[in-house]
Design a protein around this ligand. Sequence first.
Ligand SMILES: N[C@@H](CCC(=O)N[C@@H](CS)C(=O)NCC(=O)O)C(=O)O
Length: 203
Amino acid sequence: MKLTFSPASPFARKVRIAAIELGLIDKIEMIPSTVAPGTVNEEYSKISPLKKLPVLITNDGDVILDSYVIVEYLNETAGGALIPGYGRKRWQVKTDHSLIQGMLDSMLLCRYEKAVRPQGLQWQAWSDDHWNRAWTGMARFESRDDVLGGPFDIVQIGLVCVLGYADYRFADCGWRKAYPKLDKFHQKMLERPSVNISVPPPA
Ligand SMILES: N[C@@H](CCC(=O)N[C@@H](CS)C(=O)NCC(=O)O)C(=O)O
């Protein structure tokens, strides 16, 4: 299998953590890839018209996207327990993960607004609104003892990617002070080699 990724991507980090935990990491060739919003990037668009990473290419040559679907594929391949297979718990995990996915999307939009959009075209209220979505999402998980102390699954993995991305791109946002339970959770998660090894490198 092949995975397009960048060390900075929280979505790719989610897949990398899952692959390590599922014992599949050695079966995946990592393909460092560059995505550049606002550019044509024809080469990457041959892999996926959405021009987003990560993308998994299976041994049969099938292309799998996005990060949730890739984790689901790896989980099924390994017979893992990162996503419950049925019942109420399954829909709760999928919904919690959707919230995390939306938080990451919003954080990325904030990042692109500053780093990619030309000055003068930037829209502060829009950026503030997206940051607020991520921030209030963190507040939601701060009160979710069942997630913070629950089984290791795609929600815990996704949450650690949110917090790692906050450290990486929004270092001054003060999430640790605002959300002490998330801080404790994050510290505990960093004890896992899969989480520790995938921390984004200094920018
Ligand atoms: N829903 C996608 C989101 C992936 C995503 O937004 N990846 C970012 C990198 S962290 C990207 O490729 N951005 C390029 C772009 O939006 O043009 C997933 O879960 O895989």
